[in-house]
Design a protein around this ligand. Structure first.
Ligand SMILES: [Zn+2]
Length: 455
């Protein structure tokens, strides 16, 4: 890859440089023209910006099949409206939704994504296997987090009992998922995490048992935390603690944990996240869509807490492209804290190295350095409008998402000339539409009409 503006996130930026790839690894990043070498495939990056592939650290891929619903609701209202629709999903819905969601991520420069799947209705097929198959087909590095809920309404939780599972079933299914799929090796394409859903849908016992299981298996922990004021009140009323202190009590802060949202934090909470090495997934569009609030990202960064980005499920962020979350994050922070709250390059770091740290993969991913995996996004910034911007990183972060000349995952082309190359792109998109129709039909058979949930 040559004649390209290289923004490596770590190390010097080159206005015109090259990246030499050997197998699935980056061998060299340097300024100037690439040296002549026989038998080498050359990618001309003239007019392009090379960045590390983006890392998405929070998603619910199945939600592609339930977009556009409960549009004006708070988080709790939105969940209550949608739980019964989601209760109808099956493996076909998940595979179609995940195929569309994952290809949409690839088309905005994503090379690694997590997914938090926490609803497993009985007798509806192997939902985790369905999304893993979709990730293989699209060609992204995948970190499915085996989610769970055991605190239904009859136990004081928010979800109806029909969407929760029994504790023992959850723990055995989660252990099986880790044993079946988790690959801890360098350059792994698939790692599993353990992920009870949230304090208001998972019991304390599920949280502590999940943490013990994850630590026994050497995998990471993920959950939602401190997303809304409603959750804050729920935790204080039910547990006598605010969310971060509740997590601390349950043994859920640590360098192997990353938390989605972390919007409503006190100064002391930020200190606890920083001191324990607990990461957070900032999901600004979802937080905006649900009116949840603005996370204190620039303060977290200043105090040494790690932050990555997440698009969150498509039902709460709709068609959010991952690359656009850099802009959203930057503007929110500046609106709250002023123009020096977050720079374009810091926003790029959140989307790359920050995400890699959340997933425990910062030695492999997140920057363009020799020895790291060749996961690279090549953005076309020479279009008639973007070419006028003096700084290509500014064009990428402040502007609309530029076209992608190439997306490489471990040196393998996933996107070229703005098109998905691993699957027929239109079919991948239409798989999401089929999933939506199927879910609507399955929900209707159970007496719930998705279309009635628009507002
Ligand atoms: Zn979420």
């Amino acid at each position: 890859m040559e004649n390209v503006h290289v923004a490596p996130v770590v190390g010097p930026e080159y206005e015109s440089g090259y990246i030499r790839i050997d197998g699935d690894l980056i061998a060299e990043v340097a300024a100037g023209p690439a040296p002549e070498a026989p038998g080498v495939t050359r990618i001309d990056g003239t007019g392009c910006l090379a960045t590390p592939g983006l890392v998405n650290t929070h998603h619910h891929l199945y939600q592609w099949a339930s977009q556009g619903l409960a549009q004006d609701a708070t988080l709790f209202e939105w969940l209550v409206a949608l739980y019964q629709v989601w209760a109808a999903m099956d493996a076909d819905v998940v595979e179609g939704a995940a195929t569309a969601g994952l290809s949409w991520l690839a088309l905005s420069g994503c090379t690694t994504t997590s997914d938090h799947h926490y609803i497993f209705p009985k007798g509806r097929g192997d939902l985790l296997a369905a999304e893993i198959e979709a990730a293989r087909a699209v060609g992204l590095r995948f970190h499915p987090a085996r989610g769970s809920m055991d605190r239904g309404q009859s136990k004081g939780g928010l979800p109806p009992d029909v969407v929760v599972e029994e504790l023992d079933d959850i723990l055995s299914a989660t252990a099986e998922a880790v044993d079946a799929y988790h690959d801890p090796s360098f350059s792994s394409m698939l790692r599993v995490a353990v992920a009870p859903c949230s304090p208001f849908s998972a019991s304390a016992e599920l949280m502590t048992e999940s943490a013990a299981l994850a630590r026994e298996k050497g995998v990471r922990l993920h959950t939602h935390l401190a997303e809304t004021v409603d959750e804050d009140e729920h935790c204080r009323e039910q547990f006598g603690l605010r969310p971060v202190d509740y997590m601390l009590k349950l043994g859920w802060l640590g360098p192997d944990v990353w938390l989605a949202h972390a919007v409503h934090l006190s100064d002391a909470d930020i200190g606890k996240l920083a001191a324990t090495g607990t990461g957070t997934a900032h999901c600004p569009s979802s937080n905006g869509r649900l009116g949840a609030g603005i996370a204190r990202v620039s303060e977290m960064l200043r105090r040494g807490a790690n932050v990555g980005l997440g698009v969150d499920g498509s039902a709460s962020s709709e068609l959010t492209p991952l690359a656009g979350e850099m802009r959203q994050a930057l503007l929110y922070q500046r609106a709250r804290y002023g123009p020096r709250a977050l720079t374009a390059r810091q926003a790029l770091e959140l989307a790359t190295l920050g995400g890699a740290r959340n997933l425990g993969r910062h030695h492999e991913l997140g920057s363009l350095e020799p020895g790291k995996l060749a996961d690279i996004a090549l953005w076309r910034v020479d279009g008639p409008y973007t070419a006028a911007v003096a700084d290509p990183v500014c064009a990428l972060v402040f502007g609309p998402v530029p076209p992608l000349a190439r997306v490489l995952v471990g040196g393998r082309t996933v996107v070229a000339d703005g098109e998905l190359r691993t699957l027929p792109q239109d079919e991948a998109g239409r798989a999401g539409l089929r999933a939506r129709r199927r879910l609507a039909r399955l929900a209707e058979e159970r007496g719930f009409t998705a279309a009635e949930q628009i507002h």
